[in-house]
Design a protein around this ligand. Structure first.
Ligand SMILES: [Zn+2]
Length: 121
């Protein structure tokens, strides 16, 4: 999860290097507000805690995409190159487990993000 504020000038997402599950927690760490200089346009925006939001980190977004791509490739490969159905079944089962794990992990992250975005400082 990434905590970010939106640049008032160019609407770039400015991520903050903080670890907090809720806005009150964040408030304890950084106080009532935080200033951040935009790396794109150079304008400094001051955010109050309630203006900061949480979103899914890039790493997790990429992982979801990777699982989807690997899944399609693995399935296509197994259907084209293998005639042994038991082997195909075990690959599919193994992949399904992996995919379920990722889905669970992503859902957990969405819950954490939702909790943060609903909380008030
Ligand atoms: Zn900007």
């Amino acid at each position: 999860m990434i905590v970010y504020g939106v640049c008032k000038s160019c609407h770039n997402h400015l991520s903050l290097n903080v670890l907090a599950g809720t806005r009150p927690e964040l408030s304890k760490q950084i106080g009532a507000s935080i200033s951040k200089k935009c790396s794109r346009c150079g304008v400094t925006t001051t955010f109050t805690i309630n203006q900061l939001k949480a979103k899914l980190s890039k790493r997790i977004r990429h992982a979801v995409l990777e699982v989807a791509i690997v899944g399609v490739v693995v399935l296509l490969a197994s259907y084209y190159f293998l005639t042994n159905t038991t082997y195909i079944a075990s690959i599919t089962a193994l992949y399904s487990l992996l995919a379920i794990g990722y889905v669970w992990y992503t859902r957990r992250n969405f819950q954490v993000i939702d909790t943060f975005n609903r909380s008030k400082a």
